[in-house]
Design a protein. Structure first.
Ligand code: SAM
Length: 217
């Protein structure tokens, strides 16, 4: 998702109380930032923030951070938060490649990847968020029991993601190729903006949940 450059977006974001400026200052101290001991869940590539806003509303005992690299997209999430602010949700304008500059080892309890950009060309595999290169970065910020959940309607991307799990040193907890027909995995499912759009077109939604295979190393 990349929207047209919006005049003033950078300034609005820089002045927004909902976007954390200089997030690396909080590395290793995120619990102090929130003033509580609650779990921290992050969505990488959150787009306009629909999923996280609903999650934060439903789970007031979890802290959420939405990560998005384009200010034109993040602006939409900021505008929605201004209408209905949530104390347990904040945003970061950054690239997921910089994750270890912002989070210390074991600071993140869960990572959500929803409808990540597919980067279909072979030479771009490293840019795919569920690639082994990114899994290695995620590995450095998750807690021991941390989990990563990935949803997409893009079957080639999902097949690629499934093949990356083991070589990256992770393990599959659960997976489905048709989330909305899966009674167990769809329980409590919160739809993302893209999920609503593509499931309305009849696309089945794939989902996996994975964790680090600490014993396998
Ligand atoms: N998660 C939302 C949903 O499911 O509706 C948005 C999906 S959209 C296809 C993917 C988003 O991920 C885009 O807004 C894009 O800018 C963002 N993104 C892609 N790669 C990223 C990266 N390396 N770091 C941060 N954001 C990224």
């Amino acid at each position: 998702m990349r929207l047209r450059n919006i005049t003033g977006a950078d300034e609005i974001i820089a002045n927004s109380e909902f976007v954390i400026a200089g997030p690396s200052e909080h590395k290793g101290h995120w619990k102090e930032y929130w003033h509580n001991e609650n779990e921290l869940h992050i969505e990488i590539g959150m787009g306009k923030g629909k999923f996280l806003m609903e999650m934060a509303r439903l789970n007031s005992d979890i802290n959420y951070l939405g990560i998005e690299r384009y200010s034109s997209v993040l602006l939409r999430a900021v505008q929605k938060m201004e209408q209905a602010p949530l104390p347990n949700l904040r945003f970061l304008l950054m690239d997921a490649r910089e994750l270890t500059a912002v989070f210390a080892m074991g600071e993140v309890d869960r990572i959500y990847l929803n409808f990540s950009d597919p980067w279909p060309k072979d030479r771009h595999t490293k840019r795919r968020l569920p690639s082994r290169q990114f899994l290695q970065i995620f590995d450095q910020v998750l807690t021991e029991k941390g989990r990563l959940e990935f949803k997409t309607d893009n079957r080639p991307l999902f097949d690629f993601a499934m093949e990356e799990i083991e070589p990256a040193g992770w393990k599959l907890a659960a997976a489905t190729y048709d989330l909305h027909q899966d009674e167990e995995l769809s329980r409590g499912n919160v739809m993302t903006e893209y999920e609503e759009k593509f499931s309305a077109l009849g696309h089945p939604i794939c989902k996996y949940m994975i964790y680090r295979d600490k014993e396998g190393r």
